[in-house]
Design a protein around this ligand. Structure first.
Ligand code: DGT
Ligand code: CA
Ligand code: CA
Ligand code: ZN
Length: 569
């Protein structure tokens, strides 16, 4: 399938145009085409053959022609034309926060910056700061951007890691005689980013299993292949470690290799205090093995309740397990609906009907359509008349649906001075209102969000910190002040389940719970498949110790709507 390949090319065209200082509206079409192709489930070649490219929202004639040209000839004139003379290493740097295309072009012209190490050099020797309109402060910000960029590119997103790991697990199940198998490490703990993927298994012929493992079709390099351990690099530069252990040690090994290291250290100390020895092979009293086959046995003999992997970060879970007072964590099956998603009315590829049909398959009771409001021009935000048109469509769909209710909502923009992008008259008519910042990331964001929470119709603050895990640090805000205000006004805070946001994060969500704030998990889907991101939201909620009662979208519809702050006063 050439979908991803084409998406990359369109993104590259947009990068190059940006670098050349082209007008925004010329760039938007390419970015949109890239996004559509990334999300597209059908094969773009098939669509093209059947002459159905124009069915894709946002694919106009110009883009369709370019897709066809590329599929027929393996080339795209426009791409070659706009990227001519600009090295890839330079365009890659557009992903660094705080350095824009203009600065990059200037650095290239005046200081011959062609790649990241050039850029670091001109920062070190002070020459970047001396360029017109630069200065120390801007350079300081670029430095921070580079740090984040390097940190993020060294680690994988949970979504990518989970995908790779499940492919490998399936491959091993199909091609070898393994018994038990499970991911371990940070992946099993559902951390938001993953350093490397650890997989653990039992099986008789270790060497043979490892051999087959190294033949996984996406293997790029074999780092090690022994009898109990294999290590490979797969496409995209991801390292995967496979370990084979004896069945009687499987639980102890799973416990050990799941970590975290800090959690394991706590356990080892508890073992010591009970005159036991804990290792990856088992729990021993003297020479006698007293536990190891299952993780439950290991925790039990240490006097602990079973601790779910998402809690194993030494954040107080060990103490509670000793008292048998661990939280009863939320599970995916507790989720009764999704409270953030976009439709084709703004910047998504999915129609409301498609979203509703898919939500029914997920056994949801409700979904909230929350398209962007009018000021968010780049996302085709809705003028009131289009919102009303959408509501009519929702009414029609609801009339036909049996099990699911589509809720009318909006992701209303918090504009300059904390005002909202729609008047109360409109917000009042919504079933639920999500509010968020999408512009003016540096201007008194805390005050603006707090002002928005004073509005009785604002139910949810979406992605409260605004970070993007791979590329953006987030707004300059006082998250504690925002939480205090949320607690006082009864506003719910979102845990955005999109894997590059996960915002609020695990740590903040735990604080919010302790402050009595209710959390709303929303996928912020921009396509039908985006609804499946819910699992990353729930995993992060579990890492933040949330129970079903802390999360509003575990409640049945009637109760959910009663929980709105408007009904509380
Ligand atoms: P990552 O890969 O950086 O996202 O994080 P992890 O947690 O997967 O770490 P990794 O892959 O280095 O090791 C997997 C697990 O093995 C880790 O969570 C705990 C365990 N482990 C590794 N090295 C040590 C160690 O030196 N001491 C202890 N107690 N456990 C370790
Ligand atoms: Ca790991
Ligand atoms: Ca590892
Ligand atoms: Zn948003």
């Amino acid at each position: 399938m050439k979908n991803k390949e084409l998406a990359k090319i369109f993104n590259r065209i947009a990068d190059a145009l940006e670098y050349k200082g082209e007008m925004v509206f010329r760039i938007v079409a390419y970015r949109k085409a890239a996004r559509i192709l990334e999300d597209l489930v059908e094969d773009v070649e098939v669509l093209n053959k059947e002459g159905r490219l124009n069915e894709l929202p946002g694919v106009g004639e110009g883009i369709a022609k370019k897709i066809d040209e590329y599929l027929r000839t393996g080339k795209m004139k426009k791409y070659e034309e706009v990227t001519k003379g600009i090295p890839d290493t330079l365009l890659n740097m557009l992903d660094i926060q705080n350095i824009g295309p203009k600065t990059l072009a200037l650095a290239n012209k005046k200081l011959k910056v062609k790649n990241l190490s050039d850029l670091k050099r001109v920062i070190r020797d002070g020459s970047l700061a001396k360029l017109p309109q630069m200065g120390e402060k801007k350079v300081e910000n670029i430095k921070k951007g580079i740090e984040l960029y390097e940190r993020a590119s060294a680690r994988l997103s949970i979504a990518v890691a989970e995908n790779v790991a499940s492919e490998i697990v399936d491959y091993l199940k199909k091609n070898t005689k393994i018994e038990d198998i499970s991911p371990a490490g940070s992946l099993r703990r559902w951390k938001e980013t993953i350093g490397d993927i650890d997989i653990l298994t039992t099986g008789r012929d270790g060497a043979k299993i490892i051999q087959i493992f190294t033949k996984f079709p996406k293997t790029e390099r074999i780092l090690a292949a022994g009898e109990t351990k294999g290590s490979i690099i797969v496409e995209g530069g991801v390292q995967v470690d496979l370990r084979i252990v004896e069945p009687k040690s499987y639980g102890a090994a799973l416990q050990y290799f799941t970590g975290s290291k800090a959690h394991n250290i706590r356990l080892r100390n508890i073992a010591k205090s009970k005159r036991l020895k804990l290792s990856e092979y088992g729990v021993y009293r003297g020479k006698k093995m007293v536990a190891g086959k299952t993780e439950y046995d290991v925790y039990k003999i240490l006097g602990l309740a079973y601790i779910p992997p998402e809690l194993r970060e030494d954040r107080g879970e060990v103490e509670l397990a000793q008292k048998n007072r661990l939280p009863k964590l939320i599970e995916l099956k507790d989720i009764k609906g999704d409270l953030q998603m976009h439709s084709i009315y703004s910047d998504s590829t999915a129609t409301i009907k498609e979203l509703a049909d898919f939500a029914q398959k997920l056994n949801y009771e409700y979904i909230l359509i929350s398209d962007h409001s009018k000021s968010v021009k780049y996302a085709h935000g809705l003028e009131p008349n289009r919102l009303y048109k959408q509501w009519k469509e929702i009414n029609n769909i609801n009339n036909r649906l049996k099990k699911l209710k589509v809720l009318k909502g909006v992701e209303v923009d918090i504009v300059k001075d904390g005002k909202l992008d729609y008047p109360d008259k409109i917000l009042k008519e919504c079933d639920l209102v999500v509010a968020a910042i999408h512009q003016g990331f540096t201007r008194n964001v805390t005050e603006r969000i707090c002002d928005a929470m004073d509005n009785p119709y604002v139910d949810i603050i979406a992605h409260p910190t605004g970070r993007l895990i791979s590329s953006r640090e987030g707004y300059v805000i006082d998250i504690h002040a925002i939480m205090k205000k949320a607690a006082r006004t009864g506003t719910w805070l979102e845990l955005n389940a999109y894997w590059d946001r996960l915002d609020l994060n695990d740590v903040n969500v735990k604080v919010a719970k302790e402050m009595g704030i209710k959390i709303s998990i929303g996928t912020d889907a921009h396509s039908v498949e985006g609804l499946l991101w819910m699992k990353f939201g729930v995993a992060t909620a579990r890492r933040g110790w949330l129970e079903p009662k802390n999360v509003v979208n575990t409640y049945p519809l009637k109760r959910l709507l009663q929980l709105r702050k408007i009904h509380k006063k």
